[in-house]
Design a protein around this ligand. Structure first.
Ligand code: 6PG
Length: 470
């Protein structure tokens, strides 16, 4: 084995395969390995004798085929399999080698793996890769964390392979441990909220205006070049208008209304609860997936469904939907931004939120005009309070269209179309921008029944009252 491949790719699922092809297309030599040799063979057959590609069938040959320090991209299922693969590779590696975990790993696992491998001299990089299998091939957005030395050793490769936003590679190093995976997790939380918000609008168009998939597709297509310009809105109109070969029917009508999940949305919601930083639209999007999974129950409970008829003209409803969706998108990014600010500080990662928006401008699932605008706004300022800077940037839009936002929620409720993500986004915004909430009453009630105490606006200290009970 010559030992001169630039990098190794371990794991030949759709992401690993396409990432290997991406690297080859940029002129890097790549060794590949897969747990089941059949998959390696099939891949090699498919791509023919691609220059620079070396197929290997044992871990020893795989590692031996790499130039030093070895740089290995792992594309294996998140969780236990990553630990197993690290344990298998361990004996073949030497200090200075770099392992990059490119799956959707929990950032806490990446914190741990980084520490464990640091003790062995192995440079571990936990890296979120966004853009799906197409992104892996053409250029993904990549969010790295962990060993800075490891990142430095592979940075040139990553910058070549990454999506480019006007020439700027969408890859960054966010700090130690699991910081890269943390940023990817919040990215996915935003992705959940955006998709759920789109689906809610689709519900109003379908159930309220009686639109079929083609008509709804045209509405989303019309929106995809304005403020709502984004990968997901474009994906929506393509999905809606797609007709199945054979039947010629819109495939969307045949898809079961059960949305699955692999965990990153839940982790974002948990992070939000752990940090005490509200991200309700993301949490609602996760709840929405749970609700979708309760299919049998829903079938039975639908006996009790209620709905009203539509009171407004179609054009007005469509415009209400458009602005509402736009503001829900904005709120979802703001919630993610606030979470990242808090997590970066309290988990000690120390990154600037602006960097996340920079790498989200191209390649990833949540890329959009809003992200471009957000990054432009953030790069014009420095310092603390990044989310507040974003609020400043979008406040005019919000002020002008908050009535459409509320109008959508009211309309959906009248139609009997559930819209928890949109309504939580609106309510989150109303609450987070409230100078004076009614939490004084909640605190007073806590004191009333539990003597938990309260603070006053006119005096320092903690007080308690009998509230006229004794
Ligand atoms: C991306 C996606 C990608 C994948 C999610 C889906 O950025 O390319 O987020 O990572 O689509 O893992 O997650 P769920 O299975 O939880 O919806």
């Amino acid at each position: 084995m010559p030992g001169n491949s630039d990098v190794g790719v371990f794991g030949l699922g759709p992401m690993g395969e396409n990432f290997a092809l991406n690297l080859l297309s940029r002129g890097f030599s790549v060794s590949i390995y897969n747990r089941t040799p059949e998959r390696t063979r099939t891949f090699l057959e498919r791509v023919g004798g691609a220059a620079g590609l070396t197929g290997t069938y044992s871990l020893r040959d795989f590692v031996a085929s790499l130039s030093r320090p070895r740089r290995i991209f792992l594309f294996v299922k998140a969780g236990q399999p990553v630990d197993e693969v690290i344990a298998q590779l361990g004996p073949h590696l030497e200090p200075g080698d770099v392992l990059l975990d490119c799956g959707n790993s929990h950032f806490r696992d990446s914190d741990r793996r980084y520490e464990e491998l640091l003790r062995k001299g192995i440079d571990f990089v936990g890296m979120g890769v966004s853009g799906g299998y197409e992104g892996a091939l053409k250029g993904p957005s990549m969010m790295a964390g962990g060993s800075i030395r490891g990142y430095g050793s592979v940075e040139g490769v990553l910058r070549e392979a990454a999506a480019k936003h006007r020439g700027d590679p969408c890859v960054s190093y966010f700090g130690p441990g699991g910081s890269g995976h943390l940023v990817k997790t919040v990215h996915n939380g935003i992705e959940y909220a955006m998709m759920a918000a789109i689906a809610e609008v689709y519900g109003v168009l379908r159930n309220g205006l009686g639109m079929g998939p083609d008509e709804a597709s045209s509405v989303f297509e019309g929106w995809s070049s304005g403020e709502l310009s984004s990968f997901l809105v474009e994906a929506t109109y393509r999905v809606l208008r797609y007709r199945e070969e054979g039947s010629g029917e819109p495939l969307i009508e045949r898809v079961l209304d059960v949305a699955e999940q692999k965990g990153t949305g839940i982790w974002t919601a948990q992070l939000s609860l752990d940090l005490g930083v509200p991200a309700p639209s993301i949490a609602e999007a996760v709840h929405g997936r749970f609700v979708s999974a309760m299919r049998d129950f829903r079938q039975r409970a639908s006996t009790y469904a209620c709905a009203a008829s539509l009171p407004r003209a179609e054009g007005e409803v469509v415009e209400t939907c458009r602005w509402s969706l736009y503001l829900t998108f904005v709120a979802s990014y703001l919630q993610g931004s606030l979470l990242l600010e808090a997590a970066s500080k309290s988990l000690g990662y120390g990154f600037d939120v602006a960097e996340a928006f920079r790498v989200w401008r191209a390649g990833c699932i949540i890329r959009s005009r809003i992200v471009e605008r957000a990054y432009a706004a953030l790069s014009a300022f420095q310092g603390e309070g990044r989310t507040l800077q974003l609020m400043e940037e979008f406040q005019r839009d919000i002020r002008e269209h908050v009535s459409e936002w509320g109008g959508f929620v009211a309309l959906a409720a009248r139609l009997g179309v559930p819209a928890p993500v949109t309504s939580s986004a609106l309510n989150w915004y109303l609450a987070i921008t409230s100078r004076r909430l009614t939490a004084n009453l909640v605190q007073a009630l806590r004191d009333y029944f539990g003597r938990h105490g309260f603070q006053r606006i006119d005096m320092h200290g903690t007080f308690s009252s009998g509230w006229g009970r004794e």
